[in-house]
Design a protein around this ligand. Structure first.
Ligand SMILES: [Zn+2]
Length: 172
């Protein structure tokens, strides 16, 4: 029956992008239909141009069914890259990304050593600060009325020292 006079039939068996481009009959067993719907005709045009339709079918059939979608994504990516850069294809992108990784790795090393330097600087400053706080505490203790007893002890100590000084003077 002619599809032109049975529009319902034509809608059910709408050809995929691959079959439309290859001008062949598309049915429910078409291995390309799940990956190349009619709305994405440019996607198939790219892979057909780079690899050829029969190679694309072979490559898809080599992969187990659960991984075919990923395989098609890779094929489409490689075809797009190869059209953009006929010499290097996707390796140009790989080189570029590897260079970026190297640059970022060296930046990371620089930042790590800066962090280490800053941590050392912070520790030094904390040390100085702690010494200053300690000195201030001693200074305030000496002038704090609460420490009257301790100043008395100091006075006693002075008195205690005096006889020794005298003894020393006697020896001289
Ligand atoms: Zn098809």
């Amino acid at each position: 029956m002619d599809a032109r006079i049975t529009p319902m039939h034509a809608r059910v068996h709408q050809p995929c992008a691959a079959c439309r481009m290859l001008r062949r009959r598309c049915d429910i067993n078409c291995s390309l239909a799940p990956y190349f719907p009619i709305e994405e005709i440019d996607k198939f045009a790219g892979v057909h141009r780079v690899f050829g339709a029969s190679n694309v079918i072979k490559m898809i059939q080599m992969v187990e069914e659960t991984r075919r979608e990923d395989a098609v994504k890779s094929i489409v990516y490689e075809a797009t890259a190869r059209i953009r850069d006929p010499v290097y294809g996707s390796t140009a992108a790989i080189f570029h990304l590897q260079k970026m990784i190297e640059e970022l790795r060296s930046q990371l090393e620089t930042i790590k050593s800066q962090v280490l330097e800053l941590q050392q600087h912070r520790d030094e400053l904390q040390g100085i600060l702690m010494n200053n706080v300690h000195s201030l505490d001693l200074f305030s203790d000496m002038h704090d009325p609460m420490f009257g007893e301790s100043s008395k002890v100091q006075e006693d100590t002075v008195w205690d020292l005096e006889p020794r000084d005298e003894r020393r003077q006697e020896r001289i």
